[in-house]
Design a protein around this ligand. Structure first.
Ligand code: MSP
Length: 721
């Protein structure tokens, strides 16, 4: 038996964030669980490297598209290693890249198959036509009327509802996939396989979308408009639509269309896959992809499972502008990976949106992991060291032991706890198989609570003082240790490191990664086993201190990002600072530091709309002045920075560095009235002191800076208040 699980392949135009981490954690958990059951499993993740978006990101960063992709991939790989998701740590089996030669070959073959195919209605599945429509570069998709906002000024292009960026009017020759002929076949597929699209609510959504009728899909662009793409076989003037190329990765990765890859991995062996996707990309996976597969005569995926989105603790979408993003480097520095994994799986009811905030993460880590599982493990092992000379005691109570056990309120056999744990294990497995991780973990924690109560009620520390209670004491400790063994096996897929620590802490030497929770039998922990050293699993996190440190670090990262905007990876959730120019001289470091500087006492405050109000006295702390640009020049080797001097009514003009070089010619700035933050702490950037910051709006996806100015005459130095 084999199993194949995939994450989406991530766009190589920006650095990984929590959304990416989450899907990888889920896929990794599924893969580990299958492997534990002895099922040969293949786990794919990777990057989607073609298309106009990547081309544009590359151009912004003065890289070739391939360099851009390589750059993002190297960061992805670093990140997956840091979170234990790479092959070295037992995670993914392939980091798939759509720029691999074998992928080109495989997609080419797939295209040819589709090109030869007839639709269920007997027409050519692929045809050449002309397409005209509104195209969102960020979505890499044409937008229908309900997917864009109409412009306020007639004549302007509409705006993408997702990205809030202007759409491009695209009209060109294109290959079309005759999707409109597949509606019936798709509906039959959803009907005949009720678990094809999961969860049910999503399946209904997809069904109603398809029932509404499908439009043919443009699946190529002219090379002259999108050159960074896979050439259409036999028609090199066209490049493939990025989703056609990207979706096909799921089969080329395991060997479709390439002999070498096929013998290394095995298409027949692993296909079909379970595709994990965010709900935002469900349509591509549950409608387009099955239709392409039908045309190419390839078996359908095992299932398409859509998860929800992470939002902030107050329910708002995460975005850099709101400052409510979750940075991967911060997560990595302040939290154990297993705590992050646990939180992600416990907190998001699979399929629904989940709330993610540093404070929630600290609270859960402290309550469920430090005080819950971690404490259970350390107190059990400590007591075995203290009272049983470091060896797992026998749990049997002989006839003479029955009365004392009764007196202590302890069951004289372990059938009750064994029954409870076995039942919980069965429930746990059932939920896990349904991908209801949150429920499964709740059940596992009911075991923690149960055994905790048994220990607290029996009070081993008192039993140890009474020689007549030796057997009772041993029985309680055996039950605790055996329960821990079960928990470590059950929790391996979710928290691999912790599970290994607990398992080896019990003195067990085989690999917990190979033990199927289904096969657990009560009582198989051998008495006499010498237990290991007691290590605290999850030290308590000091919330106030950690929140403060996180705040500090986040603002430092922001400073750094703006300083090194051109070259440095940021690792933040929307870590594409390097692809986005900053609209302010010191990037988001200036006004943005309020969140990190302790002005907000809690993260919830910082992100909650209400608490985002500031007092007038807070505002009064910012000295905003009218200034006039006297000089402006470029800085060698800093493509984004301009060095300007500004007269703000002081004796000498201020020198300011502004990240606007890509959008403003220095000579056009001279004489302009601008707004300067005059009391910003001076700092050095690229060897120049910046003595303030100019204000600019940050416009569109690229964050294009537009300098704030005045319609009327204003004297230099006038205060804004
Ligand atoms: N390249 C395409 C996928 C092609 S698959 C053949 C793509 N890439 S992506 O990088 O934009 O997104 C990848 C995944 O990240 C999506 O599944 C998306 O749902 C997920 N997430 C992005 N933001 C997210 C959250 N805030 N929360 C959870 N997941 C989110 O789409």
């Amino acid at each position: 038996m084999t199993f194949y699980v995939t994450t989406p392949i991530y766009y190589a135009n920006s650095l990984p964030h929590l959304g990416h981490l989450y899907t990888m954690i889920v896929a990794d958990t599924i893969a580990r669980s299958k492997r534990q059951q002895g099922i040969e499993t293949f786990f794919l993740t990777g990057t989607d490297e073609h298309g106009i978006n990547i081309e544009r990101a590359a151009a912004r960063n003065h890289r070739t598209p391939q360099e851009q992709a390589d750059y993002v991939v190297s960061y992805f790989k670093k990140m997956t290693a840091a979170f234990g998701l790479d092959s070295l740590h037992g995670g993914y089996d392939i980091f798939m890249r759509t720029t691999e030669a074998f992928h080109y070959e495989g997609v080419g073959k797939f295209w040819r198959r589709v090109a030869k195919a007839k639709t269920p209605k007997g027409r050519d599945a692929l045809y050449k036509g002309h397409y005209e429509g509104w195209f969102c570069a960020a979505c890499a998709a044409y937008k229908t009327e309900d997917e864009y906002a109409k412009p306020t000024n007639p004549g302007d292009p509409p705006t993408c509802l997702i990205h809030e960026t202007k759409l491009d009017r695209v009209s060109e020759e294109s290959y079309f996939f005759r999707l409109s002929d597949y509606d019936q076949a798709l509906l039959e597929l959803y009907e005949s396989r009720l678990d094809f699209v999961q969860p049910d609510a999503r399946r209904n959504e997809v069904k109603s979308f398809v029932s509404g009728g499908l439009q043919d899909l443009s699946v190529s662009r002219l090379r002259s408009s999108v050159s960074w793409g896979i050439p259409v076989p036999d028609d090199p003037n066209h490049t493939m639509y990025v989703w056609f190329d990207a979706l096909t990765n799921y089969i080329t990765a395991i060997g479709f269309g390439n002999r070498q890859q096929n013998s290394a991995i095995g298409f027949e062996k692993f296909w079909p896959a379970l595709h994990l996707v965010g709900k935002d990309i469900l349509r591509f996976h549950a409608v387009y992809w099955p239709a392409f597969l039908m045309a190419a005569g390839v078996e359908q995926p095992r299932a398409i499972v859509a998860h929800g989105m992470w939002v902030d603790p107050t329910g708002r979408k995460m975005s850099k502008t709101l400052g409510n993003t979750i940075e991967l480097d911060v997560l990595n520095e302040f939290f154990p990976t297993d705590a992050i994994r646990y939180f992600c799986l416990r907190e998001m009811v699979f399929g629904q949106d989940g709330r993610f905030g540093y404070e929630n993460l600290i609270d859960r880590t402290n309550s469920d992991l430090a005080s819950g599982l971690g404490n259970l493990s350390s107190r059990t092992l400590t007591m075995i060291h203290r009272y049983c000379e470091g060896r797992v005691p026998s749990g049997n109570i002989s006839d003479e032991g029955v009365l004392p056990a009764k007196r202590a309120g302890v069951d004289n056999d372990d059938s009750a706890i064994a029954g409870f744990v076995s039942h919980a294990r069965d429930e746990f497995i059932r939920y896990f198989e349904e991908l209801s991780f949150s429920r499964a973990l709740e059940v596992a924690w009911s075991i923690v609570a149960r055994i905790d109560k048994i220990i607290s009620d029996a009070k081993p520390w008192d039993l140890a003082k009474d020689a007549g209670q030796r057997q009772t004491l041993n029985a309680v400790l055996y039950r605790a240790a055996e329960t821990l063994r079960w928990l470590s096996v059950m929790l391996y897929a979710t928290m691999p490191e912790t599970s290994r620590e607990i398992y080896s802490g019990l003195g067990l030497t085989n690999q917990v990664s190979n033990i199927d929770p289904k096969g657990l039998r009560w009582g198989e922990l051998p008495p006499g086993t010498a237990i290991g050293e007691v290590k605290p699993l999850f030290p308590r996190i000091d919330k106030a201190k950690t929140m403060e440190e996180i705040g500090r670090q986040r603002s430092e990262v922001r400073d750094q990002k703006s300083e090194d905007a051109e070259t440095r990876p940021s690792g933040s959730v929307q870590g594409d600072a390097e692809t986005r120019p900053s609209g302010r001289v010191q990037g988001e470091a200036g006004l943005g530091t309020a969140q990190g500087s302790g002005q907000h006492t809690t993260e919830a405050d910082a992100v909650a709309g209400v608490a985002n109000f500031i007092d007038i006295t807070d505002f009064a702390k910012i000295d905003l002045r009218v200034g006039e640009v006297r000089t402006a020049e470029r800085i060698p080797k800093a493509d984004k920075l301009l060095l300007i001097t500004v007269d703000i009514g002081e004796e000498k003009p201020r020198q300011i560095l502004a990240g606007i070089a890509q959008y403003y010619e220095p000579e056009n700035l001279i004489g302009r009235k601008i707004v300067v933050v005059a009391n910003l702490k001076p700092r050095k950037l690229r060897g120049y002191e910046s003595q303030g910051m100019l204000l600019a709006a940050s416009v569109g996806e690229e964050g294009k800076p537009v300098i704030a100015t005045f319609a009327e005459e204003v004297p230099n130095g006038a205060r804004l208040k």
